[in-house]
Design a protein around this ligand. Sequence first.
Ligand code: ADP
Ligand code: ZN
Ligand code: ZN
Length: 815
Amino acid sequence: MSVYFIDVIIPIPIQKTFTYSVTAMEYEFLKKGMRVAVSFGKTKMYTGLVFKLHKTPPEAYEAKEILQILDDKPIVTEHQLKHWEWISTYYMCGLGDVYRAALPSAFLLESETIIFKNETFENDDILSDEEFLIYEALQHQSQLTIHQVVDILGKKKVLPIINELLHKSAIYIKEEIYEQYKPKLIKYVRLHGNYSSENSLESLLTELSRAKKQRDVVLSYFQLATFKKPIKVKELETVSGASSATIKALVDKDVLEYYLIQTDRISFNGNTNDLKELNEFQEQALQEIKTSFKTKEVTLLHGITSSGKTEVYTKLIQETLDSGKQALFLLPEIALTTQIIVRLQHYFGNQISVFHSKYSMNERVEVWNNVLENKSKAQIILGARSSIFLPFKDLGLIVVDEEHETSYKQFEPSPRYNARDAAIVLSHIHQGKIVLGSATPSLETYFNASENKYGFVTLNRRFGNVQLPQIHLVDMKEKQRKREMTGHFSDTLLKHIQEALDLKEQVILFQNRRGFSPIIECKTCGVSPQCPNCDVSLTFHKYKQELKCHYCNYQRAMPNSCGACGSNTLSTKGFGTEQIELELKELFPNHIIGRMDLDTTRGKYGYQKIIGAFEAREIDILVGTQMLSKGLDFDNVSLVGILNADMMLNFPDFRAHERAFQLMVQVSGRAGRSKKQGKVLIQTYNPYHQILQQVSSTDYAAMYKEQLEDRWQYHYPPYYRLVKITLKHKDYQKVDAGIIWLSKALQNVFREHVLGPSEPAVSRIRNQYIKNVMIKIPPKQSLGKTKQEIDKIKNTFQAIADFRPIRFIIDVDAY
Ligand code: ADP
Ligand code: ZN
Ligand code: ZN
C-alpha cells in the first residue's frame, strides 16, 4: 500500500480538501499548485488541485488513487494558495468555492463539462488518433459530456486529450458561448479625389462662392484637415455649424465623400506617450502617498471628482514597473471603464493586459498564463474584481479605483468576497503597497484612515482649477403647487437643459431606477400584476408593451384589462429611465436623446457604444441609472440633473444615506470637468434633508460625522461586523421552521446581537422562499471564535433531516 498522499482541492462547495494516494514517483514529481484528475463519489471526475503533500493516510476513509497528473509545473502559486485560505476562512466558504471562482473554466474540466464541436475548425489532420475519435463523434452528436468521452475512448485518463482539442480549437466548452462583437462603424468624411490639387481647390471655392453654407463647410473642412486626423461627419457639422443636409449636398456634388471606420476602442494603436506632468497638488499628493507607503501598507487617496487621481496612479504604476514588479489596477466594472483602459494604454501600451469575466475563455487562459510567466505584456493588469485571483509573481502595487463601489462585493455565488478587502490581504501577502482611491470613500475605509490604520492623502482641487459644480436643490412640492412641472421635469430643470443645449453643451440626467421602476396598477381595485415566480410586481416596458420581472426575467404582453377586477383602468405608477427618455423626446424633438441602463447596455460592448457616442457628441442628452456615476470623464457636459433624489434616501438599508451621498456626488462630478464650472440640479420633495444639504455643499466630512454617529448608535459597521445567514427553499413552511430554529440557536449564543428573522424586500425569487437572520459582532468580540460558533450551529442545523434540503448561505460583511 502506498505511503504517499496528497490533499486535493476539489471545485465543489465543501469545507475540506480530500486525500488521495500517489506513487513514490508521482510524489517526487508533484508540487503544490499542480492539477490532477481525480474521481470523486461513485461516478464523478474532477480537476483537483494539489494543496499539500504528506505521508499521513486519512482516518475516515481509504484514499483513492489519482487518475492522472495534468500539469508539469504549478499553475497556481503559493501566494495564491495563502490568499485562498484567507478568503475561505474569512468569508466562511470552502476552498473549492474559491478554486472554482479563481480559475478560468478551461482549467477545470470535469465529468459534467459539456463539449461542442467548433464548426469553423478545418485542420483535422493535426489531430492525434484519439483526438480525432472525439472530433468525429461530435460530427454525429452535437454535444458530449466528458463522461461520454470516457466511454468512447474506453479509458479514464481523458482530460489531457480534451485539453489538447481545446488548445487546437477543434472544440469548445459550454461556458464559452459568447456574444459576437458587432463593430461600431463611424461615418467620416473626406475630400473627393477630384480635388486633390491646389488648382482644383481654387476653382472649387470660386464655384461655391454663391453657395455660402457649402463654402463654409469646405473651409471648415480644411481647418480640421490640418490636424491630419480622420474627420467625423459630426465633427464637421459642429465646427462649420452646417446641417447634415448641407454636407450631403456636397457629397452629392462629388466634392466630399463619406467613408466608414470601425472603432474598436479597446484595441491599442501601438504608440505610447510620456506620462503627463503633474500639477503641484497632484505632485504633493504623490509625494505624500510615497511617504505614507514607508510606514503603511494601505493608503487612502481622497481626491474630489476630476482632481486627476488617475494621473497620480500612473506615476505610482510607472515606479512599480521600474522596480521590476507587477501592478494591478482594479476597477469596479470593466465595461464602464473603457475610458481608463484607453488612458492607461496611452502610456503603458503593450505592458497592459485586461482581465474580465466576460472575456472569452481563451482570452482568460492567455492572460492567466502571461501573468504566471511574468511576461512583459502582463506587467499591469487592469481588471474587475475577479482579477485578484490571477497568479501574480511579485505584485508591487494595487490601485483600487472608486474603492467605495458596491460592485467590488460579490453577492452570488460563493465566495461572497469584497475585492477591495481581499486585495488588501493580497497586497500584504506580496509585501506590496495598495492605494484606495475615491472622491466619496466608503465609511469603513475613511474610518480606517482616521484611525491611522491606513495612510491618508487628500487632493481637493480639480485639475485645471475648475470649480466643483454648483449644486441647486429644486423643491418639487412647491413646483407642483405652482403647476410648474411638465411631466417629471420642473421648469427650472427644463430651462437649464435648454440653455446648455443652446450652447452646444451636453446634459446628463440621472434617474435611479432601484425599486422605482414603472409598475402597473389598477385604478379601480389597486391590484398590480405580479410575477408568478417572485414576490414582486412586474415592471412595465413601454417600448415593447411588455411586463417584465427584473428578478427572474419572466415576461408577458401588457394586458388590456385588470386581471383582478376586469376593468380597463390599468395605469402606470412610478417612473423609470425609459419614460424619462420618451418625455425628453417630446420636449426636445430636435436633439438626440440617449439612454444608458441595463436594458440598453447588454452584451460585452453595450456600454462602449453608448459612451463612445456620447463622447463623440452624437448624443445631446444622456439619461441613465447609477452606471453614470462610475468614473466617466466627458469634457463637454455642463449640466447634470437628478430627477428624483427621494427614492434613494428612503431605501431601507443602513447604508442608504451613505450610498445616496456617494451616488449624487459622483453623478454631479460628471459636470464641468474640463473648462468651466458645471451645474447640477437635484429635484426633491425634501430639500431640507440633511444628506441633500451635504450633497449640495459636497461636504463629505459632515456626512461622515453624522453617519458614523448613527452607525455607533445602531450597532453597524464600521464598529460592528455583520454576518448574514440566508435560507432558501421552495417550501415556505420548511424555510419558516428552519429560520425559527436557527434564530433561536443563534440567540442562545449571541443573545441581543442577533437581528431577525426577517424577510427581504423581495421574499420569493424563482419560486424559492427567502428568509434572513443577521448576526452583529461587537468591536471586541473575536471574529474567529464567532465564526466557529456559527459553523457549529450550521452543522447541527444541517444534521436535522428536515432542514437538510434548505440552502444555507453565509455572507460575511454582507453589505
Ligand atoms: P479623477 O480620476 O480624479 O476624477 P481624472 O484623472 O479623470 O480625475 O482627471 C480629470 C481630467 O483632467 C482628465 O481629463 C485628465 O486627463 C485631466 N488631467 C488630470 N491631471 C492632468 C495633468 N497633470 N495634466 C494634464 N491633464 C490632466
Ligand atoms: Zn420573477
Ligand atoms: Zn382592477
